[in-house]
Write a protein that binds this ligand. Structure first.
Ligand code: ZN
Ligand code: FE
Length: 238
């Protein structure tokens, strides 16, 4: 079983510290900064086996090489983006399996935000990077709306009790747009009210349950590419 700890860093990023409970193996997902991650690793016994990257943006990789040098971790990332990621020890693609001690994660290719974006799925959890956020999705900086639609549909097929670990604490602003775009969704209204309470108390709103995203996230609920494209372009200007 993999347990997950949030490491907040930069202004609103999350790196995710994963620990395989049987073997004690540890991985960090998207270390956009080294110092807060190194502190958490030291506090947990000083072990780092692997660094899992979702995409090439600096706020997800900037601490990776320093952590690798310090702890001797194996760098894992998308084969398609190997030319613009830190030097990979394991270059992965759709359907590949990545081990963490006695646990494993499966790789999904999820283009849209970037062309080489990948997500990692383990028992009970989805490491979504900047493909999907709670109540939102990533900006289409490189891929098309059709790419993003196909990526989100991969997430929609996962077990509904999956916990979604995304790359940013964007939920409160996403909720404002979601309520503007789909004001009649009662599940969204309830979700957004809960988000407001958590943020007022200074708490993280992620991970969220996939079932709740399926009920409330307008981007995940978009029935076709055209609807998703329209939502995304309106959100860009919101
Ligand atoms: Zn990004
Ligand atoms: Fe990001």
């Amino acid at each position: 079983m993999i347990t997950v700890q949030a490491i907040p860093l930069l202004s609103d990023n999350y790196a995710w510290l994963l620990r395989d409970s049987r073997s004690g193996a540890v991985a960090i997902v998207d270390p956009g900064e080294a110092a807060p991650v190194a502190a958490a690793i030291e506090a947990g016994g000083g072990r780092l086996d692997a660094i899992w990257l979702t995409h090439h943006h600096g706020d997800h990789i900037a601490g990776a090489e320093e952590l690798q040098a310090r702890f001797g971790a194996k760098m894992v990332g998308a084969k398609a983006d190997a030319h613009r990621l830190p030097k990979l020890d394991m270059a992965v693609a759709e359907g590949d399996t990545v081990a963490l001690g006695d646990s494993t994660a499966n790789v999904l290719e999820t283009p849209g935000h970037t062309v080489g974006h990948i997500a990692y799925v383990f028992d009970g959890g989805l490491l979504a990077g900047d493909t999907m956020f709670s109540l939102g999705c990533g900006r289409l900086l490189e891929g098309t709306a059709a790419d993003m639609f196909a990526s989100l549909q991969k997430f929609a097929k996962l077990p509904p009790d999956t916990l979604v670990y995304c790359g940013h604490e964007y939920t409160e602003s996403n909720a404002r747009f979601a309520l503007h775009a789909t004001p009649d969704n009662a599940a969204l209204q309830a979700f957004a009210a809960g988000v407001k309470v958590k943020r007022a108390a200074g708490e993280a709103t992620v991970p969220s349950r996939l079932a709740d995203e399926l009920a409330a996230n307008p981007f995940l609920r978009a029935p076709d590419v055209a609807t998703l494209a329209d939502l995304r372009s309106r959100k860009d200007k919101f």
